[in-house]
Design a protein around this ligand. Structure first.
Ligand SMILES: Cc1cc2nc3c(=O)[nH]c(=O)nc-3n(C[C@H](O)[C@H](O)[C@H](O)COP(=O)(O)OP(=O)(O)OC[C@H]3O[C@@H](n4cnc5c(N)ncnc54)[C@H](O)[C@@H]3O)c2cc1C
Length: 275
């Protein structure tokens, strides 16, 4: 199918983006890499009146660091995240996840901001951001607010973004010396969305297990994490069975997903163990 007709404007600055969002309200959609938005238009799942293209806004791209955080602009392409030395050094979980996102051609265009704002519950990056306790920097006209990744994902394809706001950047706390992480997913073919996936990160006194493709948003497993932090892998698997209630989908039934979640946890345990 072909997309319905729509207007198109390539924004020259953020001020114009906010003007256009105000002017067109619900009829407007932001265009980043277009790798999720354009297929959804072609499938006629959405029919916006106008696309506001963010690709001219170079200020929204790039990877920098502060003393404590890695800062990734929303328009940074997946390929730039995947090949960044800063990301590999300070957020190795993200570096490990990147090759699992779709295929190279999609990663050349798709952006980290587009992935997070699309909020697909089977996507890798939302789970990584929750596991790493990242903060999402949201920009409205004349106002900026910061939202923890755990509070950003509100439901199926739903986020904390309000009308008139955009995601500007993501701040990820730099990995400490004792940082441990594990990333793994089970997919039918490499590059497909996961049947079940796990992004996990740990430091001295905390451990986050965040599953994807098991619910309507990234799903944490705090009781399993507490057992794992004590070194009790079997206890963690038992806790996981009690606390995870996966939704079934076209790929697998809930029982299969629960079983696979346990398999991923066992695989991750060794990497998450304290030195
Ligand atoms: C065949 C195929 C396979 C794929 N497989 C995977 C996969 O395995 N894992 C995975 O995670 N993804 C997968 N994707 C999706 C891909 O990662 C996309 O790049 C990503 O989901 C969207 O990024 P984008 O930059 O293309 O955003 P777009 O498609 O341009 O936008 C997506 C949504 O986010 C909004 N948006 C974009 N940027 C902003 C912003 N800065 N502020 C506010 N709203 C914004 C848009 O308005 C739109 O609603 C796949 C895509 C395809 C086509």
């Amino acid at each position: 199918m072909k997309a319905p007709s729509f207007g198109y404007i390539k924004a020259r600055d953020l001020g114009q983006v906010f003007d256009l969002l105000e002017q067109h309200g619900d009829e407007a959609r932001l265009l980043a890499g277009g790798q999720s938005l354009l297929p959804s238009l072609n499938l006629r799942l959405s029919s916006p009146g106008i696309l506001i293209d963010l690709n001219g806004l170079t200020d929204l791209g790039g990877i920098t660091e502060t003393a404590t955080s890695l800062v990734i602009g929303a328009m940074t392409r997946h390929v730039a995240v995947e090949t960044s030395d800063l990301v590999a050094r300070h957020a190795p979980l993200v570096a490990a996840a990147m090759p699992h996102i779709a295929h190279a051609a999609i990663r050349n265009r798709g952006t980290i901001g587009g992935s997070l704002c699309f909020a697909d519950p089977a996507a890798e990056l939302p789970a990584c951001m929750v596991a790493l306790r990242a903060t999402l920097v949201i920009q409205g006209r004349g106002a900026e607010r910061r939202v923890l990744a755990a509070d950003f994902f509100r439901g199926l394809f739903e986020t904390a973004l309000q009308p008139g706001e955009i995601l500007r950047a993501i701040e990820i706390p730099k990995a400490a010396a004792d940082h441990r992480f594990a990333f793994n997913e089970l997919a039918r073919r490499h590059g497909d969305y996961a049947v079940v996936g796990l992004a996990a990160a740990a430091e001295a006194d905390w451990l986050n297990l965040v599953y994807f493709a098991v619910g309507d948003r990234p799903v944490t497993a705090p009781r399993a994490a507490a057992s794992l932090l004590r070194g009790d892998v079997d206890g963690a698997i038992a806790a996981l069975e009690a606390e995870l209630e996966p939704d079934g989908d076209l790929n697998a039934r809930p029982e299969t997903k629960r079983h696979l979640a346990g398999v991923l946890l066992r695989r991750a345990a060794a990497s998450l163990r304290k030195a």
